[in-house]
Design a binder for this molecule. Structure first.
Ligand SMILES: *Cc1c(COP(=O)(O)O)cnc(C)c1O
Length: 456
């Protein structure tokens, strides 16, 4: 399997190579040169093999999806063990029922840091560990607006041969997210940057374009453009769509809370591989770049605005080029009617968290609330999906306990904390506060690490 750039001016590289890369040399994003054939079972086979397929585990479907991408490469034989150790937590597909309606929910937050980023980060970690030559040291840089940093830190924590440097904007993540970002020590260095997410991202870019520094530290990034995070996300859509198709006898449609478009692109790739995926609807917060694009046909990136769904505060979705490339261009994508995007305000997020508790007896996080709201708009006809039937699945991207200060006052009760999160909250924080400047960050990365006590 070869990977090429969306801009078409970089040499094709293997899957093992692409996992170690960020942007392609021509500034584009890596996409499959062609998608492997025969990965997903045919619909006739799905129907015939009903029972067997419905029982297949996520890890087993993940193996079917990922292995062909490594066909003929040295690590191919290690794919089973990579998949098994990376995907060692549950993904759950549930059905909610009210008097009138039925709604599927794909819960992606049962991993160690309680957000879907665990799937990508854990795969990247286990795959890179097997690809790295002995004696080599890699430094993984992550700028995070909330969930990515914790997932990557957790996935690489105490892994020999790897260091992680996490940069997050001070005061702009929830307090439990902050605890997840700082709970590590050992080979994880967490920096609380006096700036916003964009300044964190800018510093990471500057570090990586400093050839000398990059070589010295064996540095690479682990942001959502990395194929090593995207490919594993395809696997839970493959698994869930098979399960839905066998259980309910229909092809499900999806609503995905979206920021950088990584999770949504993974869903489109699952569809491309032939899994039973219907429409893929994009739910955003007040950052309207994608909804505006669907309305006007113009893609106009802009600065992000801060919202209650902070992991989706993105004004320039970094995976956008992949989506257009998949459909062979802007016109073709917009005309495909496979997708639409809809924006949800903070007031609507609050109202939806409250109403979801009453209507479905479910507690949801602010990100997931955007998808529930968009589902309501589809039900009421405010969004016209052209008579698509009732088979919808909303994607639940984080556990509500990570956003308790938003959620608890709205539902009037405490949100129980999952065990993995409790473990992390017990640990002492390791964090260094720095100015949003390249030199300050370089210095902090080199300084000896100390436990700063319970500094929050
Ligand atoms: C990262 C994240 C998102 C956005 O996902 P993208 O892949 O950037 O579109 C949504 N919800 C939560 C909880 C997240 O952590």
């Amino acid at each position: 399997m070869r990977w090429v750039s969306t801009r078409g001016k970089s040499p094709a590289i293997s899957t093992s190579e692409v996992l170690k890369r960020g942007l392609a040399p021509d500034g584009g994003l890596y996409v499959p040169e062609s998608f492997p054939e025969g990965v997903a079972p045919s619909d006739a086979r799905i129907v015939r093999a009903l029972r067997g397929l419905a029982k297949k585990s996520w890890a087993s479907v993940a193996h079917d999806v990922i292995r062909p991408f490594f066909h003929g490469e040295k690590v191919e034989s290690e794919v089973p063990s990579i998949v098994k150790s990376a995907f060692n937590f549950p993904i759950e597909l549930r059905t909610l029922r009210s008097r009138r309606d039925r709604l599927g929910v794909l819960e992606l937050f049962h991993g160690p840091t309680a957000a879907f980023k665990d799937a990508g980060a854990r795969f990247l970690s286990h795959a890179l560990a097997r690809l790295q030559p002995p004696g080599h040291e890699t430094t993984i840089l992550v700028a995070t607006s909330g969930d990515t940093g914790g997932a990557v830190a957790s996935a690489f924590y105490e892994r020999p041969g790897f260091r992680v440097v996490v940069l997050y904007p001070k005061g702009k993540v929830s307090s439990r997210q902050e605890r997840q970002l700082t709970a590590w020590g050992d080979n994880v260095r967490t920096l609380s940057v006096r700036g916003d997410f964009d300044s964190c991202q800018k510093i990471v870019k500057e570090l990586l374009s400093d050839e000398k520094w990059r070589e010295e530290h064996g540095a690479t990034s682990a942001n959502s453009i990395n194929v090593g995070r995207l490919l594993p996300q395809v696997t839970y859509y493959a698994w869930a769509s098979l399960r839905y198709r066998t259980k309910h006898g229909a092809v499900p449609n999806w609503i995905i809370p979206t920021g950088n478009l990584g999770n949504a692109v993974a869903a489109f790739w699952a569809k491309k591989l032939g899994y039973p995926m219907g429409k893929i609807v994009i739910a955003t917060n007040s950052n309207r770049t994608l909804p505006d694009y669907f309305e006007s046909g113009l893609y106009e990136p802009r600065p992000a605005v801060q919202t209650l769904a902070n992991a989706m505060d993105v004004g320039a979705p970094s995976n956008f080029e992949r989506l257009e490339h998949l459909y062979g261009g802007r016109e073709a994508f917009l005309q495909s009617s496979d997708s639409v995007a809809s924006s949800v305000s903070d007031d609507e997020i609050r109202e939806t968290i409250r109403e979801t508790k009453v209507r479905w007896k479910e507690t949801i996080c602010p990100h997931t609330a955007t998808a529930f709201k968009v589902w309501e708009r589809i039900q009421s006809g405010e969004i016209d999906m052209g008579g698509v039937d009732e088979h919808w699945v909303v994607v639940s991207t984080a556990h509500p306990a990570k956003f308790e200060t938003v959620v608890e006052p709205l539902i009037g009760e405490a949100v129980p904390i999952p065990e993995s999160l409790q473990e992390i909250l017990k640990r002492p924080p390791y964090v260094t506060e720095v100015a949003a400047e390249l030199s300050a960050v370089k210095e902090a990365i080199g300084a000896p690490m100390k436990d700063v006590g319970s500094g929050f």
